[in-house]
Design a protein around this ligand. Sequence first.
Ligand code: PLP
Length: 427
Amino acid sequence: MTSQLYQDNFPHLAPAWSRIFNFVADRAEGAYIYTEDGKKLLDFTSGIGVTNTGHCHPKVVEAIREQAGQFLHAQINIAIHKPMLQLIEELRKITPAPIDSFFFANSGAEALENAVKIAKVATGRQTVIVFNGSFHGRTHTTMALTTSKTIYRSGFAPLPAGIYVTPFPYAFNLGMSEEEASAYALNQLEYLLASQTAPKETAAILIETVLGEGGYIAPPKSFMKGLREICDKHGILLILDEVQSGFGRTGKWFAFEHYDILPDIMTVAKGIASGLPLSGVFTRTEIMKKLDVGSIGGTYGGNAIACAAGVATIRAMREEKMLENATEKGIQLMTGLRKLQEEYPQIGDVRGKGLMVGTEFIVDGKQAKAKQLVKDVIHSAEEKGMLLLSCGTYDNTLRWIPPLNVTTEQINDGLQIFGEALKEVAK
Ligand SMILES: Cc1ncc(COP(=O)(O)O)c(C=O)c1O
């Protein structure tokens, strides 16, 4: 349900859009959004992990301006354009060598739709395994792949069939150590393959390398290695969804680099173009070649301006050492959050990699009971000048997604505002 304030102020905006804040943004720069009524807000949401280079990075804005003067749209069936070729060149420098075939679309959901289509055709198999708490989008297939909250699917049945769900190694929720959670989840996966979807009909295992919407949870290394082994054993394709965790967010270009494994297919979006709509499915040519020409595609996929923004984004991240900064500032942020955790027992867990950090709240031993508290923290922080988002099935985890070029002072400011918000609503 949408807030009354939102409906009263913006009666013609679709009320089904979930809203957290009610300000109108005037402009944005770096880590800040400036509102129409004159407020300066420290943005630790980055448009849900999109503006990784900060708002309106000058090099990205310049690339967009320059490309707009050349042409806006050169549909890929008709004309190959230079920004796409340059983007592929940049992507080849940051993706592992076996990944050598690049397909572009517009949104994360569209990338996932295509990844599933590719996996089915490439293997000749029908089903896909996903994990509890996953979020892969809001189209029909991606709704069926998504289990982070019932709101994303309720009322929309029937959803496409052939999708099976198995537990994610969510140690805090399971009340287990990371290694116990890893062993448990791998066991459950083996059980699913023995009881519901036979390996010979399983096209792909699909996982967010770091669970995003489901609670900002990085799985243990043993689990990701186990997944790779199971896929190899059965000829199942491993699809890694890097839509939220990619493009430097975790301190590496892609989160799977933390795990010493390679995907067969990877999906990207969000951070790839600093805010322009662009997504991608990257895989090996031997896999992509199995598809009939014309069976995947779209009018806008790989739009020239979005590709130009993508090229500038990757170059700016490299030139300005944003990945290194993400690792460093991630440690600063987690250290500060862990100090606050000592003071506030409601913070049950502080976790993350790089600048993909979550603080999970718990009240009376229950995650669901912490939902209101997290909402109150978010609104108190907004009043004090900082934007934060929640995630998790019970919306009881705060996710910290600052731009990758965030400064030490900005992290300190964020921690201070968070501390004040906690004092106000959690004491
Ligand atoms: C991991 C992941 N996959 C897919 C999506 C869907 O992306 P989009 O909203 O661009 O369709 C999201 C969006 O939050 C996501 O976080």
